[in-house]
Ligand binder design. Structure first.
Ligand SMILES: *[C@@H]1O[C@H](CO)[C@@H](O)[C@H](O)[C@H]1NC(C)=O
Ligand SMILES: *[C@@H]1O[C@H](CO)[C@@H](O)[C@H](O)[C@H]1NC(C)=O
Ligand SMILES: *[C@@H]1O[C@H](CO)[C@@H](O)[C@H](O)[C@H]1NC(C)=O
Length: 520
């Protein structure tokens, strides 16, 4: 703006005025004062300064620019610009102009440097960090010109891994993954630039926090049912532990709230874990353990009795648990043959001989044994068992027995002999009684008083069900004489012989003969 008057006035000036001192480029630190010299020889006219081309005014006290003034004796041509307590806005290009002589000084660049303020570390002075969790320690240096350099130190040692970023302020981030052992370490952020070569620094310490680290142990390791066991829940944490919670198989144990728990164990501790959950303000840790409780077989699934038609397949399943692991054996009652070692016993195309009781036996080595019986019933034709020869005394009451094993139960049982046929009720001297028991049906043909021809007859006992029929032929034999009884009785037992001598009639009951079977 002042250019036009300057070259106009230059035309009017004949005398040679000149600068004996001119302002030079200068650097000042904010807060300090600076003088830009300007001495013009052979000039009496108006002198004024421009800042970035803008005239500051003609008066020497420069109204409107409180920290600016002209100094020196104007009569000796001195018009130096004094800037008191420099600030960042003073950073500009200055020029001293002798307006009427058309003289302009050097364009002097005044650079104002600003030292950084004390750096600020986010979260300081004690930064709480979570263990093993990556974190950036962040240090900010604001207001500096030029921007501050930032250096991180850990316990006095330079950290090279910091990441520098210049935004509105200079920022440096130091990535760290704090470990528990880093707790208490000191990190220092130092900032410096030309305005503060000695630098400024701020230190912080880190407090590494972590949820409880827990180990749950059992004493003793291996026990039998009914023994006492001590669970010890050892934990370390920062900050301090706020509580313990115990549970078994997911069910809280309300009365337990310390770092140990004593219980009397049963086999359920083998399958339901006991857990200890330890908390602090950062988190909680839950640790579980099972107890090696040794126990004899416990039935998990009972085998179910089966009824199958002959020719079909049958299967039984039984399941046990035990510790140490058990072995399983299926046998059939009356035999030692192991039919299966697995939970399931498969029987293919069963016959009536397969009917019976099967045993599922579990053996926990050194601890115990248990077993369960289960019945297989095979549907098929009746099976009759009868003594081929049965006995009676002539002219007294006699009876003939026929035992019918049958599944399904027999539809009918018929006695036929001579020209008689009888299945129930009575006819003349004969009557039939049928008794059903767990082993089968017993049909008894009763003769109210035996006669000679009854001992000549063949008695035919026949049973039916929907699968078929079976027949047994029985004869009636006349009761033998007493001496024979003594011999037979003697073979059975001396006590019986004595008894015979005393009560002959009762002694008849002691008699045993060989059994015969007749199947149709
Ligand atoms: C730390 O800062 C770097 C650079 O800005 C960034 O890439 C990283 O994701 C930051 N890490 C965390 C944990 O904030
Ligand atoms: C601890 O964990 C176990 C198994 O995951 C769970 O059943 C139990 O409820 C937990 N305990 C607590 C106190 O949350
Ligand atoms: C026995 O009786 C049944 C039916 O009455 C008959 O079918 C069968 O042939 C008889 N058995 C004998 C050996 O007499």
């Amino acid at each position: 703006p002042s250019t036009f008057p300057v070259w106009i006035s230059y035309l009017w000036t004949s005398k040679a005025a000149y600068f004996s001192q001119q302002p030079q480029d200068q650097v000042v630190i904010a807060g300090q004062s600076v003088t830009l010299p300007c001495v013009i020889v052979g000039y009496r006219g108006m002198v004024q300064w421009t800042k970035d081309g803008l005239a500051l005014g003609g008066e020497r006290d420069l109204p409107g620019w409180t920290r600016y003034s002209l100094m020196g004796d104007p009569l000796s041509g001195e018009h130096s610009l004094l800037i008191d307590s420099a600030e960042l806005p003073d950073d500009a290009v200055y020029e001293c102009q002798a307006t009427q002589a058309g003289l302009r000084s050097h364009r002097a660049k005044l650079t104002v440097l600003v030292p950084p303020t004390d750096p600020v570390v986010d979260g300081g002075p004690v930064v709480r960090l979570k263990a093993h969790t990556p974190h950036n320690l962040t240090c900010r240096a604001s207001g500096a010109k030029p921007a501050a350099e930032i250096t991180w130190y850990r316990d006095g040692e330079v950290m090279e891994t910091a990441i520098y970023a210049k935004r509105e302020t200079a920022v440096s981030m130091l990535p760290i993954v704090p470990e528990d052992s880093d707790s208490g370490r000191t990190y220092t952020c130092r900032v410096l630039n030309q305005a503060a070569p000695a630098g400024r620094q701020t230190s912080i310490t880190i407090n590494v926090q972590h949820p409880p680290a827990v180990t749950l142990s059992v004493q003793p390791q291996t026990v039998t049912e009914g023994a006492k066991v001590l669970f010890i829940c050892a934990a370390s944490a920062n900050p301090e532990i706020t509580g313990y919670r115990w549970s078994k198989g997911g069910v809280p144990i309300a009365e337990a709230n310390g770092d140990s728990l004593e219980v009397t164990v049963d086999y359920s501790y083998f399958t339901d874990p006991v857990s200890c959950e330890v908390s602090n303000s950062v988190g909680s840790t839950n640790v579980s353990t099972l107890v090696d409780v040794q126990f004899g077989p416990k039935l998990l699934s009972e085998p179910k009795p089966m009824i199958v038609d002959m020719g079909m397949d049958a299967a039984f399943t039984c399941a046990w648990t035990g510790n140490p692991p058990l072995t399983l054996a299926w046998t059939k009652q009356g035999s030692n043959v192991v039919l299966s070692n697995s939970n399931t016993l498969q029987l293919k195309a069963v016959t009536q001989e397969d009917a019976g009781i099967y045993t599922c036996k579990a053996i926990v080595p050194r601890i115990g044994v248990a077993e369960r019986d289960v019945t297989l019933t095979v549907n098929g034709p009746p099976i009759i068992t009868a003594d081929a020869t049965q006995q009676a005394i002539k002219h007294s009451k006699g009876k003939l027995e026929c035992r019918v094993g049958s599944s399904p139960p027999p539809d009918k049982i018929v006695w036929s002999f001579g020209d008689m046929t009888l299945s129930s009720g009575s006819s003349g001297r004969y009557s039939v009684h049928t008794v059903t028991s767990s082993v089968g049906v017993v049909s008894t043909l009763v003769l109210s008083e035996t006669q000679a021809q009854d001992f000549q007859m063949r008695y035919n006992c026949t049973a039916w069900n929907r699968f078929g029929t079976d027949t047994a032929l029985v004869t009636l034999k006349e009761q033998e004489a007493l001496p024979m009884l003594i011999i037979v009785g003697g073979a059975v037992g001396g006590g019986c012989v004595l008894l015979i001598c005393v009560i002959t009639l009762v002694s008849l009951c002691c008699r045993h003969t060989g059994k015969g079977e007749l199947n149709g």
